[in-house]
Design a protein around this ligand. Structure first.
Ligand code: NA7
Length: 538
């Protein structure tokens, strides 16, 4: 039966209709399978449906942050800017959904509220918040890595009388800040992108910073047609390079240590990366910036110097200088005028390390030192990253095993794709895959292709149940930790480590070995007939 007419008998139920969920529908349809996607948002697009805050923009370039699966699609679509803004990415996703007629298999405004494996019938039974239950042989979680806002942890928030706006739950339509006093809590990517744009409109912006972050200039600009054409002429090769690169973005691999070049040369290299702009230019300047603390310090010092140079008020400049973690161990930001925004009248920084946050009051925000009146409170406080959207569905595997129980010691998923004890469930860009350390669209395409190939292969073999082998999973997780342990990443209290959510186990979640290395691993596993997975009739 077609999902439009019958909730039963699906081959695959997909949760989420962002980049991952939509491509899953397309691939599954190509295999002749009956699939349906449930989407909590009122529209498709995932991250780009929800993150409508001022200045929301991707930190991967347009020409890279797009699907590669259809050569005609990549030729016909044109981007307007080097870095795509939220509205443009959403328009692109909607174009893709229409072009491949995907919307008829998406149920929007429908949240997967519960999911349980029925071992007798060998199906997942998934209940929606509207009370419909779907049965599907496979459950694919395409729920995104930064989609479940973490509880902000701000005392008295419910007493605040003004508007409270979370960047990841931004209202549709214009939010006017004209004449208003705006408090922004959080200085990750979302806060750093939003502040300069809000500052153009608002009467006052007060930025509450707990941890100063490294931010590099985006150098965003209109994308010239000839520049775009040049990439399009060799798009196939460009995409192949992306797939074979460490981050999913083509580029030269550094072959030298930051410490083996003379200081003047190193500084010139950093200047070059700084002026070109972007996330990876600086990080890729040398091969040891994420593994050697002294090498890392050369780049961190360079960035701190630029902050000191940009910000007029020396005390503000000093507070903005990141010192709590090595460069790159928390996701760096790329900004459009963040540091310079503090030179505007009415924009000020409150350093919560010097004056801890007491909480929200009816008319503003209070710290240990005093009160800051505000009309609007913007929460750019981040996400229960990588696992929050998965455990929220609370899938129950064999014997009723609950995902958060299976992950009590930290999330483990074999290859980031499947969890032992949860047969026929797959996670796109799950913990243990490069995911948030990579160009997400490249990783999503790879996962979707790999998962759908595995489903097709199981069907060919007459297997109805596919499950990660616990021992293979244990080995992969140990490998992820070993690779992470050789880097500087575990030195930061980051959301990569689960450190931003009180009580979350501290385990480095993404696989830091590189998209290229990981691709080889997945190809070998597929070629071996899916070693590390059990394919069986029951
Ligand atoms: P992030 O990067 O998790 O940033 C959240 C920010 O909010 C960060 O500066 C936090 O400080 C701060 N925060 C969180 N809770 C509080 C409280 N209670 N008080 C004060 N400050 C707080 O989320 P984003 O949305 O900016 O970006 C997420 C990713 O999306 C980003 O990395 C890109 O990949 C795209 P902390 O550092 O924890 O001290």
């Amino acid at each position: 039966p077609h999902p439009a007419t019958a909730p039963d008998g699906l081959d695959v139920l997909v949760v989420g209709a962002g980049f991952a969920g939509l491509y899953l529908l397309h691939r599954l349809r190509g295999l002749g399978l009956c699939a349906l996607a449930l989407e909590a948002g009122s529209g498709i697009g995932g991250t780009w449906h929800w993150n409508r805050y001022p200045g929301a923009r991707c930190d991967v370039e347009s020409m890279d942050y797009s699907y590669s699966f259809d050569p005609a699609l990549e030729q016909e679509w044109s981007w307007t800017r080097r870095y795509p803004g939220q509205a443009e990415i959403l328009a692109y996703i909607e174009h893709v959904a229409d072009r491949f007629d995907l919307r008829r298999d998406v149920r929007t405004a429908t949240r997967a509220a519960a999911a349980a494996w029925d071992g007798g019938d060998r199906v997942w039974r998934v209940r929606t918040d509207g009370g419909t239950t779907y049965a599907a042989r496979y459950l694919v979680m395409a729920t995104g890595c930064l989609s479940m806002p973490k509880a902000p942890g701000i005392e008295g928030l419910d007493r605040f009388q003004g508007r409270v706006l979370h960047t990841g739950r931004w209202p549709h339509g214009e939010v006017d800040f004209t004449g208003r006093r705006v408090a922004v809590v959080g200085t990750g990517s979302s806060g750093i992108q939003a502040v300069p744009v809000i500052a153009e409109q608002a009467a006052e912006v007060t930025v509450f910073q707990r941890t100063a972050n490294f931010s590099l200039p985006a150098n965003d600009r209109p994308l010239a047609p000839d520049e775009q054409e040049a990439v399009k002429r060799r798009y196939r090769e460009h995409r192949a390079q992306a797939r074979r690169s460490p981050t999913g973005i083509p580029g030269r691999k550094a072959d030298r240590s930051a410490l083996e070049v003379p200081e003047a040369e190193r500084t010139a290299t950093y200047w070059d990366a700084w002026e070109r702009g972007g996330l990876f230019g600086m990080l890729r300047s040398y091969n040891d910036l994420t593994t050697d603390a002294d090498a890392n310090a050369t780049a961190a010092d360079f960035i701190r110097e630029r902050i000191a140079e940009t910000v007029d008020d020396p005390a503000t400049a000093e507070a903005l200088a990141p010192r709590s973690h090595p460069f790159g161990t928390k996701r760096p930001c790329i900004d459009s005028g963040y540091y310079a925004a503090f030179n505007r009248d009415g924009v000020r920084l409150v350093d919560l390390r010097a004056e801890p946050l007491a909480g929200a009051t009816p008319d503003g925000v209070a710290t240990a030192r005093g009160a800051y009146p505000a009309d609007d409170l913007v929460l750019a406080t981040g996400y229960d990253a990588m696992t929050g959207a998965l455990t929220a569905v609370d899938p129950r595997g064999r014997g009723g095993l609950r995902l958060h129980e299976a992950w009590a010691e930290g999330p483990t998923a074999h290859l980031g794709l499947a969890v032992a004890g949860f047969p026929n469930m797959f996670t796109v860009t799950g913990p243990g895959s490069p995911s948030v350390l990579s160009n997400m669209v490249v990783s999503i395409e790879q996962h979707v292709e790999w998962i759908t190939d595995l489903i097709a292969s199981a069907r060919e073999r007459g297997a109805e149940v596919v499950e990660a082998d616990p021992e293979a999973q244990r080995r992969w997780s140990a490998h992820v930790q070993e690779v992470a342990g050789a880097t500087l990443f575990p030195r930061a209290d980051s959301w990569y480590m689960g450190a931003n959510v009180p009580g979350k186990p501290r385990v480095f979640m993404p696989y830091p070995g590189g998209v290229d290395v990981y691709r080889d691993v997945l190809e070998d596993v597929a070629a071996s007939g899916y070693e590390g997975f059990r394919l069986s009739r029951a």
